[in-house]
Ligand binder design. Structure first.
Ligand code: AG3
Length: 278
């Protein structure tokens, strides 16, 4: 047995690992581990991207919140998301097209081979993979109903996905954009940068989820676009029509948690409102 630790700003999370199943150094350092209690784990550049144990907490909240805010999402773009977890969730809304724009083809390759949380999404004929930089792809693409940004932390490869130019493009090409926006508690600088740079959206709302294997467990997401609030009754109707009636079960998401996730603790509410009301 061995231990893997992800360090961040003066603390860290240590997970017991049975073995390292794969390692690849290219555009990014990609590692896949078998852990003792969290199933398989994907690590990129030393940062935990997912474990089988809690990836649904993250992927369901990243995808179903924007997808249920949209009345009829048919065309979906996922920027990043090479593990296929976000694509898997998006398909549950019965879209016509899901484009996964991943800059590092090795992420897709290794995840398909060693982790498999795409659950067949990459074999689905509605899913198209583009190996390209997210910004470049947005410059040339058609419009999408929903754009979902499933990136790594804003270091090296993902940095451009957090800048003004990127949000500008996303606001033009997507009806609705949703980005993972890091830990607002222990990665405040990342979170603030994202808030500052995304002011182009007509409306913005921040919501939170609990992802135990991400830094300190509290994770945030930013929704940008128009009509971001959905009445509880309408939300329940959409959930029932798209999921309940089709026998689709979730592990984390439901309409109540959707609504509750926008209720922020006071320190975070203040921080968000200061930026959003500017
Ligand atoms: N993307 C967000 C993970 C960021 C985690 N950061 C960290 N551990 N420092 C997840 C990609 C999974 N689809």
């Amino acid at each position: 047995m061995d231990w893997f630790t992800e360090y961040y700003n003066g603390c860290g999370l240590t997970i017991e690992v049975v073995q390292r199943i794969a390692e690849y150094r290219g555009l990014q350092k990609i590692e896949v581990y078998q852990t003792t209690s969290f199933g398989k784990m994907l690590v990129i550049d030393g940062k935990i991207q997912l474990t089988e144990f809690d990836e649904k907490f993250y992927h369901e909240m990243l995808v179903h919140v924007p997808m249920f805010v949209h009345p009829n999402p048919k065309k979906v773009l996922i920027v990043g998301g090479g593990d296929g977890g976000a694509a898997r969730e998006a398909l549950k809304h019965n879209p016509e097209l899901v484009v996964v724009c991943e800059v590092d083809r090795k992420v897709i390759e290794l995840c398909r081979r060693y982790i498999g949380i795409d659950s067949g999404a990459f074999d689905d004929e509605r899913v198209m993979v583009e190996i390209e930089d997210g910004k470049k792809y947005l410059e040339g693409c058609e419009k999408f109903d929903v754009i979902i940004v499933d990136s790594t932390d804003p270091t090296a490869v993902s940095k451009p996905l957090f800048d003004r130019e990127f949000f500008d493009l996303a606001s033009q090409k997507g009806n609705l954009t949703c980005c993972q926006s890091q830990s607002p508690l222990i990665q405040r600088n990342y979170f603030r940068t994202l808030l500052e740079n995304s002011s182009v959206f007509k409306e913005r709302r921040v919501y939170i989820s609990y992802v135990p294997t991400y830094p300190l467990g509290l994770w945030s997401f930013l929704l940008g676009g128009k009509n971001l609030y959905v009445e509880p009754k309408l939300l329940k109707k959409r959930f029932s029509e798209r999921f309940v009636k089709n026998g689709i079960q979730t592990e984390y998401y439901n309409p109540s948690i959707h609504l509750a996730s926008f209720k922020l603790p006071e320190w975070l509410r203040r921080e968000v409102e200061m930026e959003i009301q500017k």
